[in-house]
Design a protein around this ligand. Sequence first.
Ligand code: ZN
Length: 269
Amino acid sequence: MWATMGLAACLLGASRRPLDPVHVPVATAAAASATRGLDDAACPEGTVPDGDVCVHLSAEVDGPLAPAVPNAHRERSGRWNAYEQIPRLPDRPAAYEAYRYPVPKVAGTNPVASGYDLDRPDEAQRRGRRLTHVGHGGVDLPQPRGTPVRLVALEHQLADAEVLYAGPLFGTTVVTRHVLKEGGRDLEYVVLFGHLSSIAPGVAPGRTLKDGDLVGEVGDTGSAGFPHLHLEIRRAREGVDLGRVHAGARLVAEDVSVVMDPRNVLPLD
Ligand SMILES: [Zn+2]
C-alpha cells in the first residue's frame, strides 16, 4: 500500500487548537463547504466547523509557501485533523532532483514518486482507494527490491548519526537521530527509513552511522507490491530526550517530533 502508518500515529495524536489566520480565497472556502455539505455560517471566512471549533483550510496549492503554522486536513472518517508541520524554506530548491538521497538516482530524473504534501490544502493532499491515511509526511523513492539504503548526513550535521530504533513502524523501519547546527543552535532531527526488506547487520539502537553506511535494503514491507523507500524527516521538540524514547511509534508522536519537508535538510547533490 502507499499508506503512511507512521504518519497516522502522529496525526491521530494531534491536538485541536485555535489556529493563526491563514488567507484562503473566498471561492475556495465556499466551494469546499458546498461540496462537503458543511454549515460554515458559524465560523469565520476561510474556516470550517468541526465539532465546537473552527479549523482552517490552508493556502493555495501553487500560491506562496504555507507559513509554519498548524495545518489541517480531513480524515477518511470525515473529521478534520489539525497538525503542525514545517514547510519547505523559500531558499531550498523545490525540485526533488536537486538533492542527494539514501538510494541511487538517475541523473536528470525525479527520484520521488510521491512528495511531501502536508503544506498543501486538504484537497491537494494524497489520498486514494488503497491509502489508509490522508496526506504524506515524507517522500517515496521507488527502487528495485534489495537496493542498498545508505545513510545520508544532513546539512549542517555536527556528528555521526545514531540509530534510535529498528523494527516495525512504516513496515520494517530504521530511525536515526541527527544533530544539526542551525542559527547558532543545536537542533535534533529524526530520519525514518521505511518499508525496508531487511535491516543491515549491526544496525540497532545506540549504533552510530556515518554518511554512506548501510542502513538496510529497499522493500515493500507495509506497502505490499510497491517496493520503495519512505524517507521522512522530523524535528525533535525542544526538551525531548530522544535517547529515552524507546518505542518506535513514540518517535513520530506529536509531542516528541514535528514532521518537516525533507528538502530543508537533505544535502544538495
Ligand atoms: Zn511514503
